[in-house]
Design a protein around this ligand. Structure first.
Ligand code: PLP
Length: 367
């Protein structure tokens, strides 16, 4: 029985990916042990924060870091840090930033929702969101023209949620920030490359601990030492409303450690997903195919194309019944409009592909 069932909620089989709505990541045993050990003991929190900053610095190739409760709090804290610095009086009055340099410039196509609005997290940190250009078209001059004596930072969202075409590159944003002597912040919440964005010229980079890293609910900020010191100090201000616990920090650091020696499990993914698609023969109305991740990452998913004339249920109906069952089964549904149900092998626990195959067979049998 899963721990969640003990508390009266359904067991979930996650074939969709690292989804916040399903609790992001299920951590490896080593991380779970670290979380437990950290929770059962005491530490001087400030010492832990500083030590964590050093570990984060090494993992990211930056000067220093700051652990957070997630990437969303990371946005608010990073913005607060560029506005208030280490000045306690300013830190204590945020998010009221009247009279301070508080304007945060984003390209309009980056003002997105990742589950909550990026702009709202910036506002929580005392920032005033300034949108440059149009939703599908931003020129470098739009960004330069948005800069005033109140500008606190340039902000870039590296994400599939952001508009991909018609935006200015990280390199261009970094060059403008440098020219105008402004801090450049990148939200790289779900990215797997921990070094790339600081190397590309960002002064501050924000990551989620629970996404690509596979850690517990947590996150971190990394970058230039003066900003990281300021980020940690925001825990005396707005950061207190979004604080990360000692167990979250230790879980994050353990995840970082494991991430460095991560092995490529492509072969196992392909094996499991091949087994899954082989469960559906020609007459079933389900045609399976192994497809590599659109962004070229080492993820090999099973795409099941539903022929509703044979199955009598279309992809949407099957998805609905999978989610409503017990255990609840969640699949990746970005192409459901094309009749495709995708299964992501990464979050599946041992032999759960068997439960998925069995349940889909059941659903298409019940007319
Ligand atoms: C997921 C995400 C966040 C929030 O990350 P959490 O760790 O869940 O707080 C912020 N920005 C982007 C672009 C995201 O994808």
């Amino acid at each position: 029985m899963s721990i969640y069932q003990k508390f009266g909620v359904r067991k979930v089989i996650n074939g969709s990916g690292k989804m916040t709505i399903l609790g992001a990541s299920a951590v490896q045993p080593e991380i779970a042990e670290a979380l437990g050990a950290a929770a059962m003991d005491y530490v001087v929190m400030e010492e832990l924060m500083v030590a964590a900053g050093q570990k984060i610095a090494i993992a990211t190739g930056t000067e220093d870091g700051c652990p957070t409760a997630g990437a969303a709090p990371g946005i608010a804290i990073a913005v607060a840090a560029v506005i208030a610095g280490t000045d306690l009086s300013k830190i204590e009055r945020l998010p009221n930033s009247d009279g301070l340099k508080n304007e945060i410039i984003l390209q309009k196509g980056h003002v997105v929702n990742f589950g909550a609005p990026v702009a709202q997290m910036i506002t929580l940190g005392g920032g005033r969101v300034i949108e440059a250009g149009q939703a599908n078209h931003v020129e470098a001059c739009h960004i330069k023209e948005a800069i005033t004596e109140k500008t606190a930072a340039l902000f870039y969202v590296k994400s599939h949620h952001a508009v991909q075409k018609g935006m200015q590159s990280i390199e261009t944003m970094a060059a403008i920030a440098k020219k105008y002597n402004l801090p450049f912040i990148i939200d790289a919440a779900a990215e797997g490359d921990l070094k790339k964005y600081a190397a590309a010229g960002a002064d501050i980079v924000i990551y989620s601990g629970g996404k690509a890293l596979g850690g517990p609910t947590s996150g971190f900020i990394c970058g230039r030492a003066n900003f990281m010191k300021a980020c940690r100090k925001q825990y005396k201000g707005i950061g207190r409303a979004m604080k990360v616990g000692k167990e979250g920090i230790i879980g994050l650091l353990t995840a970082l450690k494991l991430y460095e020696c991560q092995v490529d499990d492509s072969k196992l993914q392909i094996e499991r997903m091949t087994w899954l698609i082989n469960q559906f023969d020609k007459t079933s109305g389900i045609k399976g195919e192994i497809v590599q991740d659109e962004a070229g990452r080492a993820i090999y998913r099973a795409n099941l194309t539903i022929n509703p004339e044979i199955t009598s249920k279309d992809a949407y109906q099957i998805i609905k019944e999978l989610e409503e069952g017990n255990p609840a089964i969640y699949t990746r549904n970005y192409y459901a409009n094309l009749g495709i149900i995708s299964i992501d092998p990464r979050p599946l626990l041992k032999r759960q592909e068997e439960v998925i195959a069995m349940r889909i067979k059941e659903i298409i049998k019940e007319k």
